[in-house]
Design a protein around this ligand. Structure first.
Ligand code: SF4
Length: 474
């Protein structure tokens, strides 16, 4: 188990494809490989040849779970895939996705990115009807509901079931009849579709994954939409009206998405660059060098540097081979994680007044050690600038910050945080400034900054709300 940084964890990555050849699983492999940053705990691919569904999944990275022999054995022209980070339920093999179920309508497989906030109530209702569960994942609740749903087609059954779900869900569904992609009416998590070169269609959490396999005509699955992917065409249905309070997750821009992905019509790299510029305008400081926390803060560092005229340099080097891997429950392990992930560059930092740019602060553990690292390498001042506002509230929609206790900004004022982090100055971009950089006034969730959730959050919502007695986090 590798140590992890003090960052919000990605949700998950989903991928679906209807191809005009029997190697859909190979395309799904490349698709989820391109989404690896969204979840490193488990990976899986389900494939159908129109008569039979096959599934392979396990804990580990995509490259660890699949090899050439496994992919060659997954024959079929339709496939879905998943990379998992455990937002609901712990990181155990039964919670890996896609989940596969035999139903009276034939087999169905489902992969999910997000978190249902009413999963505990839905699960309880099913259990009262005699349904049993083998996992603690909300995805099993979803697939059980799909199986029990009435309707003449899978499109109808997905439509009927979506109306009962509250929360974040971008899903791909595979049956012997087709591949389907659907997104919640608040638009919380991303989901996109595109056309494959040479025929066929694919869906993926991020546009970057569709680009990887050469798709064109890429567009979002709109909030509340269900799309059936066929080789020849996309069949689109507006299953639910988009909610008036559209609530895209701001963290896709700030941290989660690949910089080359497009979210809400904006290239993520460009938004991060503008966030850096905005920070420089809101919180200027006299300094010698702008240093980003690699990799996600590099565009913001460039933006801060361009706006302020302070030179940009790489003062921290990241070991890219450690990866964003497993959760670390202990403080000590997180401390070790920082030491393993970053090394300072004394030749860049020595004798310098440093502006350190980071995308977010959750617990504060990583930042405290990075500031110590700068000082240890000879920096004479450390000015910390953060490209999102203080995170003061938990997320119940699929991002792993589900308790107030873990959030340093919930427990401390900015000045108390500055002292705790041992920074000379500490500033977060304003909410208005962040939205200016995104280029929207509304349509985003922002609940982790404001406490204003897009819908009522049941008391039972939270990552381990489905955890049975005796089972815990691994
Ligand atoms: S609360 Fe924050 S992390 Fe969660 S969905 Fe909303 S913006 Fe994203």
């Amino acid at each position: 188990m590798m140590p992890e940084l003090d960052k919000p964890h990605e949700e998950c990555g989903v991928f679906g494809v209807a191809a005009n050849h029997a190697q859909a699983a190979r395309q799904a492999y490349f698709g989820i490989f391109a989404l690896q940053h969204r979840g490193q705990e488990a990976a899986g691919i389900a494939v159908s040849d129109g008569a039979r569904l096959r599934l392979h999944k396990d804990v580990g990275l995509v490259s660890q779970v699949f090899d050439e022999g496994i992919i060659a054995g997954l024959q079929g022209h339709m496939a879905i895939g998943h990379t998992r980070y455990s937002t609901t339920g712990s990181a155990t093999a039964p919670n890996a996705q896609p989940m596969l179920l035999d139903t009276r309508h034939g087999p169905v497989a489902l992969a999910h990115n997000g978190n249902l906030t009413n999963a505990a109530q839905l699960r309880q209702r099913l259990m009262e009807q005699g349904v049993g569960f083998t996992s603690t994942s909300d995805t099993q609740v979803m697939i059980m509901m799909l199986a029990a749903s009435d309707g003449g087609s899978w499109m109808d059954r997905i439509t009927a079931t979506m109306a009962k779900w509250q929360g974040a869900y971008s899903i791909v569904v595979l049956t012997n009849e087709g591949v389907y992609a659907a997104r919640d009416p608040w638009g919380l998590r991303p989901l996109t579709v595109g056309s494959l070169p040479g025929g066929g269609h694919a869906a993926a959490s991020e546009t970057g994954a569709l680009e990887t396999i050469g798709c064109d005509g890429v567009r979002e699955v709109h909030p509340g939409e269900v799309i059936a992917l066929h080789r020849e065409a996309l069949i689109v249905r507006q299953a639910l009206e988009p909610d008036l309070r559209l609530a895209r997750c701001t963290f896709e821009h700030i941290y989660f998405s690949r910089p080359d992905s497009v979210w809400d019509g904006r290239v993520v790299h460009d938004v991060r660059y503008r966030l850096g510029q905005q920070l420089a305008r809101e919180m200027p400081v006299e300094a010698d060098v702008v240093v980003p926390v690699p990799d996600s803060s590099i565009p913001s560092g460039l933006g801060y540097s361009a706006e302020s005229g302070i030179r940009f340099d790489i003062g921290l080097v990241k070991n890219r081979y450690i990866g964003r891997t497993f959760i670390q429950p202990s403080h000590e392990m997180r401390v070790q994680g920082v030491a393993l992930k970053f090394n300072p560059m004394p030749s860049v930092l020595g004798g310098q007044r440093v502006v350190l740019i980071d995308d977010s602060i959750v617990r504060g553990t990583t930042m405290r050690h990075l500031v110590g690292m700068l000082r240890g390498a000879g920096a004479v001042e450390a000015h910390v600038r953060v490209t999102c506002p203080p995170i003061r509230h938990p997320c119940f929609m699929g991002v792993d910050m589900s308790t107030y206790d873990e959030l340093i900004a919930h427990k401390m004022s900015v000045e108390e945080m500055r002292i705790s982090l041992d920074a000379d100055t500490l500033h977060f971009v304003s909410l208005e400034g962040m939205m200016t950089a995104i280029g929207r006034e509304q349509g985003y969730c922002n609940a982790c900054f404001t406490g204003q959730y897009p819908f009522e959050i049941p008391e039972t919502a939270g990552k381990f709300s489905l955890e049975p007695m005796g089972e815990g986090r691994v």
